[in-house]
Structures are given as structure tokens and as C-alpha cells.
Ligand binder design. Structure first.
Ligand code: NYM
Ligand code: MG
Length: 212
């Protein structure tokens, strides 16, 4: 990094189907990074705390109905409203672990039949992750894990479509983690990948933008 500037934090995104174990692993990863001396925050999208997030939450719990494009743009707006804080945190040395990001946005909306390019467009200009970890599990195995809740999208047939779109979106930089392994095995695999990335970012890897 530049003389006098703090080493920047890394933007680590965790993606996967519902019940793939993302949230559990994100919590474990955060304590691991903190205890390794890296200031870290755990974020998630949708961020249900904001007013946009509350509209999203009402939609997901079937308390409101919204047209597919409207809800897609709300999910995107929910990321845009956090963008400047995200950049500030990274530039002042905080690593962010983000539980779902633009890839969820595109995969879930495309699975409803919206065009993939249309879905990507509002994400252009958001910060690009330094690393995407994909917790890979079949929709059937995910459903066995204590079953789904009552939210929209939590159905095996729909999750299969989402899984196909995740495959379309992923590139060679994604780390595909077998989420069918034990919690400890998954945890170990994630730790090494992320630690390397945090170091690379601290050494000056520039921030970049979606969608390129
Ligand atoms: N979801 C999440 C979307 O459809 N678009 C998005 O942009 C994001 C971030 O919301 N089933 C969907 C995926 C999930 C649901 O997320 C709620 P979570 O992680 O279960 O709170
Ligand atoms: Mg969920």
C-alpha cells in the first residue's frame, strides 16, 4: 500500500443455496480472522435493517406482493445504499465478510425467468469482491438439513434453477467449497483461502468494480 496508508481490508463474499451453511461459516470465519489480528465485520444481504431492507423482508415473508423486476431492483438498491460505507470500511483496513451479494441477486431473479443481462445491469459499479466462496451443495441435500423455513424461494425445484444460474455466473476465480463435508472441514478450507486473500489485499491489490 501507499506510504502512510493503512493496508486495506478484503471484500470476501460467501454465496450458495439456502441451507448451504453460509451464515454459520461466516460467523466462524469472522472469529477466525479477528483472532488472527485482522479487523473484520460480518455483513449480509439483504440487510433487513434499512427501510429498503424492511420492504424486502416483508416480500420474502409473503406479507407483501411485488412484481419480479421491482423486487430485483430493491435488492440491488439495498446493496447500493451500503456501497459508500463498504468502500470506507475496506479503505480503512476492515475486512468485510459478506453473506450473499450481487450473485444471489442475479441467480434468484434469473431463476424466475428474468434475463441475466437485465439482472446484472443494476449491479454494475458496485465494488467487486476480492474473493467469492461458493458453498456447493445439491438442492436435495440442502432441503434435508432441517428443512426450509417459510420464506419465498425455499423450495427444491426453485433452488435447482438458482443453482443452474450460479453455475452460469461463476468464473475460475471462485473457490468452490464442498458444503456436504463436516462443518470443521468446510471451516478449515475457507480459512486458508481467505487468509491468503486478506494478505494480498493488505499488500496493495487494487479494489475493482462489478461487473467485469
Ligand atoms: N435473495 C438475496 C435474492 O433473491 N436476491 C438478492 O439480491 C439477495 C441478496 O433472499 N432466499 C434471496 C435469497 C434468499 C433470500 O436471504 C433471503 P437470506 O440469506 O436467507 O436472508
Ligand atoms: Mg434464507
Amino acid at each position: 500500500s501507499e506510504a502512510g496508508a493503512k493496508p486495506r481490508g478484503a471484500l470476501i463474499v460467501v454465496e450458495g443455496l439456502d441451507r448451504s451453511g453460509k451464515s454459520t461459516q461466516c460467523v466462524k470465519l469472522r472469529s477466525f480472522l479477528e483472532s488472527s489480528g485482522h479487523p473484520t465485520e460480518l455483513w449480509r444481504f439483504p440487510d433487513r435493517e434499512t427501510s429498503v431492507g424492511q420492504m424486502i423482508s416483508a416480500y420474502l415473508s409473503n406479507k407483501s406482493q411485488l412484481d419480479d423486476r421491482t423486487i430485483h431492483l430493491l435488492f440491488s438498491a439495498n446493496r447500493w445504499e451500503k456501497r459508500s460505507l463498504m468502500e470506507e470500511k475496506l479503505k480503512t483496513g476492515t475486512t468485510l465478510i459478506v453473506d450473499r451479494y450481487s450473485y444471489s441477486g442475479v441467480a434468484f431473479s434469473s431463476a424466475k425467468g428474468l434475463g441475466i443481462e437485465w439482472c446484472k445491469a443494476p449491479e454494475v459499479g458496485l465494488l467487486a469482491p476480492d474473493s467469492v466462496l461458493y458453498l456447493d451443495i445439491s438442492p436435495e441435500r440442502a432441503a434435508e438439513r432441517g428443512g426450509y423455513g417459510d420464506e419465498r424461494y425455499e423450495r427444491v425445484d426453485f433452488q435447482s434453477k438458482v443453482s443452474e444460474f450460479y453455475q452460469t455466473l461463476r468464473d475460475s476465480s471462485w473457490k468452490i467449497i464442498d458444503a456436504g463435508e463436516t462443518m470443521e472441514e468446510v471451516e478449515k478450507k475457507i480459512q486458508q483461502v481467505v487468509l491468503d486473500k486478506v494478505k494480498e489485499c493488505a499488500q496493495g491489490k487494487p479494489l475493482s468494480l462489478l461487473w467485469s
